[in-house]
Every structure is written in structure tokens, then in C-alpha cells.
Design a protein. Structure first.
Length: 415
């Protein structure tokens, strides 16, 4: 075991961190659970689970429209999460925080509202070869509708963006640039500030997909100067089905509503409807109140541990796993960028990733296998998919050792 891990573990007290996650106490297929599928969704600490239960047991009510005690308490808790999200992202105004069902919903909102309102024939949208399908398909749809063109920044063999090629793609026709802050498949951390500055110089508006960054990287939307930033609660120790779209106030005010219904209106007649102020203009209908309320506890969990401390520990886990995987025969790492979040994809020569995933599961080890909703990226590397081990603050070096032992035994058995 890497001796440096012991020092960082002591700083964080990983045993105490793990105690906060009930799901980790179970056995799977007769083995203690080792959960390495954190890039898909992280597990939830007790404080998040308790917040959900407390809402439904204590003050379940619809928000904003009621004057009774439960409605006022629910509204206050809901809006407190908006303030927490604003602080987490360092947004200038609370009106810039729009609650969504997650990153996919947030990207679709921007593509459908902003994209539809500004894109014309032969305009261009630039994305990257590292994108999740949720940051590809919405732009394809709106480009097809508006007869605009979708351009793609290529990816190097190490899994980094070719920024010189990005500069060549930028032109007076570029209207929108959308990219992920960190890759869900390879872990690559993209140079967000540089990409945003280049895009702005060309007159484009920028959306950043922060799904994989939110639990690992410091995010300051004002410093980055991005126009939109999207996150999902479930990838940062929070509930599923909720997330946040940050948008610059001046852009959001000009954008037409994404959905119609209650809450997003000011006045309705059969002849004409006028719309509510920000942020409510984009929050039609009854929202996912309980999960938004519980999301605040997930933000507090990250803030209290300290994102920098968490990221340093996770980086040590990543480096340790990569070193041990490289020492195994027939193993090739996919994605070797210098700057990464704690995601490691790999393939084993002659063994399908699905088979590896199934055999690891029989040992209680949960990894993700397949294309990870990044089929174009897998095609770039000439593979069907990878085995992906992704690490969170509650994982341990001992669990990495179990992964390595499991993969080693699979190789010996299959080869």
C-alpha cells in the first residue's frame, strides 16, 4: 500500500467518513461491498437521507403558493438550497440559480431556449470529442431544427483536447461552445478558463457541463466567466432527480421559457400570458421539493470536508490504482491526461469489459463497463468500451487492492 495514503487518510479520517454512508455496510455476493461506480452516481450520507425523511414526515407541502405553516417551512427550506447552491458555484445573484432535474435537463433547457432563440442557418455550435451523450444529442437536435452545424474539438491519444484545432474551428459563425469540465469516461480535466476565454473572443456563449467536476473541483462561475454551468446533485452525494443550471442573469432574462405551467407565470388569460421573474420563469410546475431540500445537506457535506482535501485524497487513490493496474499483464489504461479527476478507465487485451465487470461483481466490487454514454469517444480509441473504476472520498487503498487482486485473478483465469 502506498504509504502516502495513510497520511491523507488520517487527515480526513476515512473511517468516520465511511460511517456516514449506510449503503457501504452491506455485503454483496458474500463480500463486503466495494463501490467504484461513483462517476455514475455517488452514495448518500445519512444526513441527506435524514433530510428526505424529515421533509416527508414533518413539513411536506407545496411551495411558494401556500400561506399555511407547512408551506412556508417547505418554501424556506427549498430557497435555502438555492442560496447554498449560489454560494457553492460563487454566482453573483440567487436569481441565476435554476433548479432542474439534473445536468441533462439543464443542457436541454439551454439548447431549447437559448439555442432556439439565437441559432440561424449555417451558424455553428462547437462541442468536444470527450462529451457525454447529454452534451451531444441536445445540440444535434437544435442544430438540425435550425439548420446549424455541429463542430467537434478532437481528442489526443492521451485523452486531452487539441486546443490548436479548437482555435481553428472558432469563427464568426460560432454561436455556442459546450464542453465538460471533466470527462466522465476518462477523468480528463479540461482547461475551462482558457476555452471560455477563446470562445468569448470569438463572440460565442459558453455552457460548461459540471457533472463530473462538482464533487471534485473548485468552481467559481464568476472567475471562469462561463455563461452557463450545469450540475447534478446525485454525482455529489445528493439525491437523484435534481440539479442546478447557473446562467448569467442578463442571458436568462432574455431567454424564452422552456416549459409552460404553474409557477412560471405572472398573469394568464386566454389571450395572453406574462411570465414570472427569475428564477421562477424556468421552474414550471411542482418541483422535486424533497430532493432539493436534501441537496443542501450534500453541499454542506462537501463544504465541511473541504473539496481541496477531498480531491487530494481521491487523486492519491487514482494514482495508486493506475500504478497497480499498469503493473498487470495485458492491461491498458484509456485516458492518461496529466490533469484528471478520480476516474480510471482501462481495457484488458482479449477480455470483454462486460465479462470483467460481472466477475468483479461476484467479488462484491462494483465498477462500470461499456461506453459510458460516450460512444463517439470510444470510437475515437477504436474500442467498444472500457472498465471504469471511479473513486470517491469514502473509498480506501485497501479497496483498490481488492480491485487489483480481482482483475489479476480474472486475467489468470481468462488468459
Amino acid at each position: 500500500m502506498n504509504p502516502d495514503m495513510n497520511v491523507q487518510s488520517h487527515v480526513l479520517n476515512i473511517a468516520q467518513v465511511r460511517e456516514q454512508f449506510p449503503v457501504l455496510r452491506q455485503r454483496v455476493n458474500g463480500k463486503d461491498l466495494v463501490y467504484f461506480d461513483n462517476a455514475a452516481t455517488t452514495q448518500k450520507p445519512t444526513r441527506v437521507i435524514d433530510a428526505l425523511v424529515d421533509f416527508y414526515q414533518g413539513y411536506n407541502a407545496n411551495i411558494h403558493r401556500g400561506i399555511h405553516t407547512l408551506a412556508e417551512k417547505a418554501t424556506r427550506a427549498f430557497e435555502e438550497t438555492r442560496d447554498a447552491a449560489r454560494d457553492f458555484l460563487h454566482a453573483a445573484h440567487r436569481e441565476e440559480i435554476i433548479f432542474t432535474s439534473g445536468v441533462t435537463d439543464g443542457i436541454n433547457l439551454v439548447a431549447s431556449s437559448y439555442g432556439r432563440s439565437i441559432l440561424k442557418a449555417d451558424d455553428e455550435v462547437i462541442i468536444t470529442g470527450l462529451e457525454h451523450h447529454s452534451n451531444i444529442v441536445p445540440w444535434q437536435l437544435i442544430c438540425e431544427e435550425r439548420n446549424a452545424k455541429l463542430r467537434v474539438i478532437p481528442v489526443t491519444d492521451s485523452g486531452e483536447l487539441e486546443l490548436d484545432e479548437f482555435k481553428k474551428l472558432l469563427s464568426s459563425r460560432t454561436r455556442i461552445v459546450a464542453f465538460n469540465h471533466a470527462s466522465n469516461s476518462l477523468g480528463t480535466i479540461n482547461p475551462a478558463a482558457e476555452i471560455i476565454a477563446l470562445a468569448h473572443d470569438a463572440g460565442a456563449v459558453v455552457l460548461v457541463d459540471g457533472a463530473q467536476a462538482a464533487a471534485h473541483l473548485a468552481i467559481d462561475v464568476q472567475s471562469l466567466d462561463c455563461d452557463f454551468y450545469v450540475i447534478s446533485a446525485h454525482k455529489m452525494y445528493g439525491p437523484t432527480g435534481t440539479g442546478v443550471l447557473f446562467g448569467k442573469k442578463e442571458l436568462l432574462e432574455k431567454m424564452p421559457p422552456y416549459r409552460g405551467g404553474g409557477e412560471m407565470i405572472r398573469n394568464v388569460t386566454f389571450e395572453k400570458t406574462t411570465y414570472n421573474d427569475l428564477p421562477y420563469k424556468f421552474e414550471a410546475g411542482t418541483p422535486n421539493i424533497a430532493d432539493v431540500v436534501a441537496f443542501r445537506e450534500a453541499i454542506a457535506f462537501i463544504n465541511e470536508l473541504g473539496k481541496e482535501t477531498m480531491a487530494a485524497y481521491e487523486r492519491r487513490l487514482l494514482d495508486y490504482a493506475a500504478e497497480k493496474l499498469l503493473a498487470l499483464p495485458h492491461v491498458r489504461l484509456v485516458g492518461t491526461a496529466k490533469n484528471k479527476v478520480s476516474v480510471q478507465s482501462f481495457v484488458v487485451e482479449g477480455i470483454h469489459p462486460f465479462d470483467i465487470g460481472q466477475m468483479l461483481d461476484s467479488r462484491g466490487i462494483a465498477v462500470r463497463t461499456g461506453h459510458h454514454c460516450t460512444e463517439p469517444l470510444m470510437a475515437r480509441f477504436g474500442i467498444e468500451g472500457t472498465v471504469r473504476a471511479s473513486f470517491a472520498v469514502y473509498n480506501t487503498p485497501g479497496e483498490v487492492d481488492q480491485l487489483i487482486d480481482g482483475v489479476s485473478r480474472i486475467i489468470k483465469f481468462m488468459k
